[in-house]
Design a protein around this ligand. Structure first.
Ligand SMILES: [Zn+2]
Length: 127
């Protein structure tokens, strides 16, 4: 399921969706300088990551979905481990988790978005 050639491989390793070898981001999602900054091209297969102007605006929908998934995960974890706490504590724990995970959600949303449009190719240079 997580082998090379699957979309999940590209998404979880933040690699180029076409060759799955070149890095997608300029830096780690949690490094201040590289936060959410996509490279111009893939260093291995030369895929242009910015397919068209404002291409990544659609990734905001993915960010929203990931945010809702995080909200539900925190809520379920809280119900499971701390069933007696009130809604204020739940709200604070959701806000803290959003603050902690937002760089990763942002990075994941862009790589998920480009994976909707680009397919994996085993040997993209030999065409
Ligand atoms: Zn590539």
């Amino acid at each position: 399921m997580l082998g090379k050639g699957t979309k999940l491989y590209s998404i979880l390793r933040l690699k180029c969706p076409r060759c799955q070898e070149g890095d997608f981001y300029k830096g780690h999602p949690y490094s201040y300088s590289g936060m959410g900054r996509v490279k111009e091209n893939c260093s291995k297969c030369d895929l242009k990551y910015n397919i068209e102007p404002s291409f990544y605006q659609g990734s905001y929908y993915v960010t929203y979905g990931l945010g809702v998934a995080l909200f539900i995960a925190v809520w379920i974890l809280q119900l499971f481990f701390f069933p007696d706490v009130g809604p204020g504590t739940l709200l604070i724990s959701i806000l803290i988790s959003l603050l902690l995970f937002s760089p990763m959600l942002y990075a994941l949303s862009k790589i998920i978005w480009i994976n909707f449009f680009i397919k994996y190719e085993k040997d993209p240079k030999k065409k």
